[in-house]
Write a protein that binds this ligand. Structure first.
Ligand SMILES: Nc1ncnc2c1ncn2[C@@H]1O[C@H](COP(=O)(O)OP(=O)(O)OP(=O)(O)O)[C@@H](O)[C@H]1O
Length: 506
């Protein structure tokens, strides 16, 4: 049988930013009717390759064919005309327009008498697009910007699925989705494959890739290290390919047990969206927070971080009343926070790495009289960066220029820089590669060994079980139970989140 013509082939792709290579002769070949994973460590070059295919970034060199024909992709329009669709966090949305307007952006709106936009029909058509993903909780007439990140992603995906394209490129589509939403997306992706179109799928979630994808291409340092079917490769081999070393285990072992001293306590703490909750945390303890998204996790974290008006109840920190009125006050009390929406909340994109890391701590540091000078700041940031294998030219590089996963490492470095007593983590390893995840967990362990307490909100259940000492389950704004993490099984935790009986807790 003659080998089939690839749907897309990109070879000898090179790209350097200010002389620093991001891609050095990478290649990618996608066949018709397959789901193809694009994998690699943070900074390996995945996004750069995708942006080149999307016509957003110009390659220095590239040979690209679509259905066997040589093409040049010099604009987003050119990519669109070739039947390539991109679903990307950063592309193609206007938060101030409605969901329906975003879905139909660049397309002809339905009109009445050929003149006036028929808004009712536009909304109905948008609802039909959402229906394909089984979405019935999003109102097509509301502003896109008012939706959660997960819902915004669902809208983007619905829009891309409107017309029959050849290749759908998705960069971490499930990062902000719940388990159910992800499952619905996977069903649609399998339909796309069955219809003969293809999907290029970028993700750091190996389990997802193993379950969904047919083939994978692994990038490392801007080169394609390997490409092939996923049938005969193990999870561990894939990890080793990606990061060039073996990771022995997913979670570093705790070296110390939580101590007796209480660091933080909440007593009947409440805010809008959070019914009274009470719990306490000991030195060196990690309390995981599980629950379906929107169960009150964000409200709990914001209350502790001085970013939500506490309506009832009290908090103590190291035994003293703790009433942070602003996030700045929380930082001053050595309560640190890694937010989930790092772009919006965690970083000043057009400032250097070292400033981002030390910004929140400067006041206290200047009082203590240490690392005041920019050089000291830079050295300190460089050391922290090295601990986390931050891939950057140096501490003076602007955060904007880093890959997504490396930006997340900067947010994490900022949080640990002030030696926190209480560390609040919301999805701290989202978008972070397996090797760096391990490094982040190791730093959490180092902090707890020194006596810090951690509250970890995560939708990654193995991570919650692997890192936490105890797990509080939240449902409808309440903590319904707190269980020990040791020996807890994933499906028991899922059942607790959904409020189903498990037989394991009274
Ligand atoms: N606009 C830019 N200016 C300078 N350097 C950049 C820019 N965009 C990306 N880079 C660099 O190119 C390299 C590849 O980054 P890229 O975003 O393609 O990685 P990635 O594989 O998508 O990583 P991640 O998994 O973290 O998203 C990185 O070293 C990054 O710092």
């Amino acid at each position: 049988m003659a080998p089939s013509v690839p749907l897309l082939s990109a070879t000898s792709v090179t790209k350097a930013y200010a002389g620093v290579p991001a891609l050095s002769g990478a290649s990618l070949v996608v066949a018709p009717g397959e789901i193809h994973a694009l994998m690699g460590e943070n900074g390996a070059g995945k996004s750069t390759l995708i942006k080149i295919l999307a016509g957003v970034v110009a390659a220095d060199t590239a040979e690209i064919t679509v259905n066997g024909e040589r093409v040049s992709i010099d604009s987003t329009k050119a990519a669109y005309r070739l039947g390539l669709r991109f679903i990307h966090q950063e592309f193609n949305v206007v938060p101030t327009l409605s969901v329906a307007e975003n879905i139909f952006m660049g397309r002809r709106y339905p009109r009445r008498a050929g003149l006036l936009v028929d808004w009712a029909e536009l909304n109905r058509e948008a609802q039909r697009a959402l229906d394909r993903l089984g979405i019935d909780h999003i109102d097509p007439s509301q502003n896109l910007g008012a939706l959660s990140l997960g819902d915004q992603m669902l809208v983007r995906i619905s829009a891309a699925l409107l017309d029959d394209a050849k290749l759908y490129v998705m960069d971490e589509p499930t990062a902000a989705l719940t388990r159910d939403e992800s499952e619905r997306l996977f069903r649609v992706l399998r339909e796309i494959r069955a219809s003969g179109s293809s999907v290029l799928y970028v993700s750091h979630r190996l389990d997802e890739i193993m379950a969904l994808c047919d083939k994978a291409t692994v990038l490392r340092d801007g080169r394609s290290i390997d490409s092939g079917a996923l049938t005969n490769i193990t999870h561990d081999d894939l990890v080793a390919l990606m990061i060039g070393r073996k990771v022995e285990e997913a979670y570093p072992k705790a070296t110390a047990k939580p101590r007796e001293t209480t660091v933080f306590a909440a007593s009947r703490l409440a805010t809008v969206g959070l019914n009274p909750v009470s719990f306490s945390l000991r030195e060196g303890e990690v309390l995981g927070i599980a629950g379906l998204s929107g169960s009150g996790q964000a409200e709990l974290i914001r209350s502790i971080f001085g970013d939500a008006k506490v309506t009832a109840g009290t908090m103590t920190l190291s035994g003293a009343p703790y009433t942070p009125s602003t996030p700045a006050a929380a930082w001053q009390s050595r309560v640190a926070y890694v937010p989930r929406e790092r772009r919006a909340e965690g970083l000043v994109m057009r400032r250097p790495i070292f400033e981002n890391i030390t910004l929140a701590h400067l006041k206290r540091q200047s009082r203590a009289g240490t690392w005041l000078t920019p050089n000291r700041e830079k050295r300190f940031a460089a050391e922290l960066g090295a601990n986390m294998r931050l891939k950057a030219v140096g501490p003076a590089q602007d955060v904007l220029e880093l890959s997504g996963g490396n930006q997340q490492k900067v947010v994490f470095a900022k949080a640990v820089a002030g030696n926190p007593r209480l560390l609040l983590l919301e999805e701290p390893t989202r978008g972070v590669d397996v090797g760096a995840k391990y490094d982040i967990y190791s730093i959490v362990r180092e902090l707890t060994a020194k006596g810090a307490a951690v509250i970890l909100v995560s939708s990654d259940l193995p991570e919650l079980i692997g890192i936490s000492d105890r797990i509080a389950v939240m449902r409808q704004g309440e903590i319904t139970t707190i269980v020990d993490a040791a020996g807890l099984r994933e499906d028991d935790l899922i059942n607790l989140c959904y409020g189903r009986a498990t037989g394991m807790v009274a």
